[in-house]
Write a protein that binds this ligand. Structure first.
Ligand code: MLT
Length: 254
């Protein structure tokens, strides 16, 4: 068996490494919000790049009898006309029960999911909370092949590499390494992430807090979201992307 893993450190890089499955990370905070939605039993999320398109999609969904929750952020705060911002802890069971689906637009995370989807390979939304569940899903999916490659796309921040996502990529690679042992071939960027993780895993939360985006969020009063995002393997969800032809939109389902 020959399993390899590579990491694309930011979404400004072309996804030149051919992978059989993609894991997309935006630990602060898009993929942590996505995890929370499914942890609480939410059904579908439509990740949309632009807020205007999210508003239009929500209208289309309403016309089909759906009750979409519009959630997301620009500059980390609520978008005009949206129901919720991008705080995972604002998602409560009573809110999720009121909506049949969510339409989400964030600065980096929903764009990265759309980018990864263009590769015509399965895409899983992942963060620290669902790290093991997502890795296991990927391995089960690929299990039938003797040789496969796992790609990890870090959303990063403003098209640049981010400390927080890189660290989370390292966590995923360590999980892969624990499961696959010597069968795992680790490409250079994956090794960068893994070594970062190995150096900081014992103070994961403190290390995440030193990230530029964490400081930005903390200054805005979103510190508790960061703590939530750092709860490793708290969730057993593996949200996977699909395409809805009628709506011409991708969507996530657990
Ligand atoms: C993003 O997608 O850029 C993030 O989720 C931003 C945020 O923390 O709200």
């Amino acid at each position: 068996m020959n399993i390899s893993v590579d990491v694309v450190l930011s979404q400004s890089e072309p996804l030149t490494c051919e992978a059989d499955i993609w894991l997309v990370i935006d630990i602060l905070r898009a993929t942590s919000v996505i995890s929370r939605w499914f942890e609480l039993g939410g059904k579908i999320i439509y990740p949309v790049i632009e807020p205007e398109d999210a508003l239009k999609l929500a209208e289309k969904l309403k016309a089909q009898g759906e009750t979409p929750l519009l959630m997301g952020e620009r500059h980390a705060v609520l978008i005009d006309g949206f129901n919720l911002g991008n705080s995972p802890l604002d998602l409560k069971p009573e809110i999720i029960n009121k909506y049949s689906c969510a339409v989400m637009s964030t600065t980096n995370g929903t764009a990265a999911l759309n980018t990864a989807f263009k590769n015509n390979k399965p895409v899983i939304s992942v963060c620290a909370r669902n790290a093991k569940a997502a890795v296991k899903y990927a391995l089960n999916y690929l299990n039938k092949n003797n040789e496969f490659k796992i790609g990890i796309l870090c959303s990063g921040r403003h098209k640049r590499t981010a400390w927080d996502d890189t660290l989370c990529a390292g966590l995923l690679i360590e999980i892969l390494k624990d499961i696959c042992g010597n069968n795992l071939v680790i490409a250079d960027c994956a090794r960068l992430s893994l070594e970062l993780w190995q150096n900081h895993k014992h103070e994961f939360y403190n290390s995440i807090m030193t990230a530029e985006h964490a400081k930005f969020l903390d200054n805005l009063g979103f510190g508790r979201d960061i703590k939530f995002a750092c709860e490793i393997d708290a969730a057993q969800v593996a949200p996977v992307l699909y395409y809805n032809e009628n709506l011409d939109s991708i969507y996530l389902k657990n």
